[in-house]
Write a protein that binds this ligand. Structure first.
Ligand code: NAP
Length: 322
């Protein structure tokens, strides 16, 4: 089969022939139709991820066919239903197990779900990892409801954009931040009430002036901007972090945290129940993931470049059939 894989560490991915997967006990072989990138895949090519081995077929998001049925794959494995956190043996598809950037994948049969019928192959491929991360961050951790005012930072991110769509489907008032005014406008077209550009001085004051304070903040940037998020929070607000794109947080004020009685919490991926709940929610509300660009598997290295440059608005998809 053909695959897009990491041949050597700290090198771009290569498109080449690869041995067909063999199903071990409990596994099935899914014919992949489409896959999608996550920042994780880029970090792995840059050697910024623990436990990298080569050769490694990357890719956590995938859809395809199994015995003629249209299926979507749960990228997480080993986290059944503990609502608090994943067990230590929890793994994500595409390292350490071979992932979805290939024509075929061997995967545990219980990772295979029916594809939501309202989604195309490309749309469905864009859902799993970003969707389950956004779902747990918003619902399980963030306790979102229609009365909460929500701020989602860095809306160009795949998880952030999915979170926007889910939160809008809940009926919440949602605001966003971005380093691009154009992305804020695109987010507003998807139902965001407004936004602020985090590259501008005093963006948080400007935002609070227009939006008021937030009951729920979803962030994956961390870094120096994180401390400003406390200032736009309502009393008792939940701040959920699932990423650290901008590195360590400086200047966090304990006074704001204790005075406003804020809850700062971490969130990672989601358990099997949350994945099933995500699929049901998306099907009920007819949510369709936003696709930024589609590349063939052969042109996959260009998809990695696009994500690394941060140019995307929505998910970058690899279509195996083009
Ligand atoms: N814990 C988990 O389960 C989990 C799951 C998925 C991802 N993650 C992590 O979450 C992060 C985002 O992942 P992704 O796949 O969604 O990546 P992505 O699509 O590449 O998104 C990164 C986004 O970060 C935003 N950003 C950059 N600097 C920022 C700043 N100073 N303030 C606010 N936003 C900023 C940018 O938004 P604009 O373009 O709008 O400026 C950019 O589009 C990564 O660090 C990833 O490792 C964690």
């Amino acid at each position: 089969m053909k695959a897009l894989y990491l041949k050597e560490r700290k090198q771009p991915v290569v498109y080449a022939d690869f041995d067909d997967p063999q199903a071990k006990e409990g596994e099935v072989i899914v014919e992949v139709k489409a896959a999608a990138l996550n920042h994780r895949d880029v970090y792995i090519t840059q050697d910024l991820y623990p436990g990298i081995t080569t050769p490694m077929i990357l890719g956590s998001d995938g859809v395809g066919t199994l015995d003629g049925k249209e299926v979507i794959l749960n990228p997480g494995e080993g986290w059944k239903d503990n609502p608090a956190y994943a067990p230590l043996n929890y793994t994500i598809l595409g390292l350490p197990k071979f992932g979805t950037f290939a024509e075929k994948i061997a995967i545990n049969a219980d990772r295979v779900h029916e594809k939501p019928a309202h989604l195309s192959w490309q749309e469905a491929a864009a859902l799993p990892l970003a969707g389950v991360t956004a779902y747990r961050a918003l619902f399980t951790r963030g306790q979102i409801n229609a009365n909460k005012k929500v701020l989602i930072t860095g809306i160009g991110g795949g998880v952030a954009l999915t979170a926007l769509q889910l939160a809008v489907a809940v009926g919440s008032e949602v605001w966003v931040t971005s380093g691009s005014n154009e992305k804020i406008e695109k987010a507003m077209a998807l139902g965001a009430k407004g936004g602020a550009n985090y590259k501008e001085d005093n963006w948080h004051k400007d935002l609070a002036g227009r939006a008021g304070v937030f009951d729920l903040v979803i962030d994956s940037a961390g870094g120096d901007g994180f401390a400003q998020l406390l200032k736009v929070c309502n009393f008792g607000a939940n701040i959920v972090t699932y990423g650290g794109t901008r590195g360590k947080v400086n200047g966090l004020s304990p006074q704001i945290i204790f005075w406003k009685q804020l809850n700062i919490m971490g969130s990672t991926m989601g358990n099997d129940q949350e994945f099933a709940d995500l699929l049901a929610f998306v099907a009920e509300k007819k949510v369709k993931p936003v696709i930024d660009a589609v590349f063939s598997l052969e042109e996959g290295a260009k998809a990695f470049e696009r994500m690394d440059q941060g140019l995307q608005f929505g998910k970058i998809v690899l279509d195996v059939n083009i």
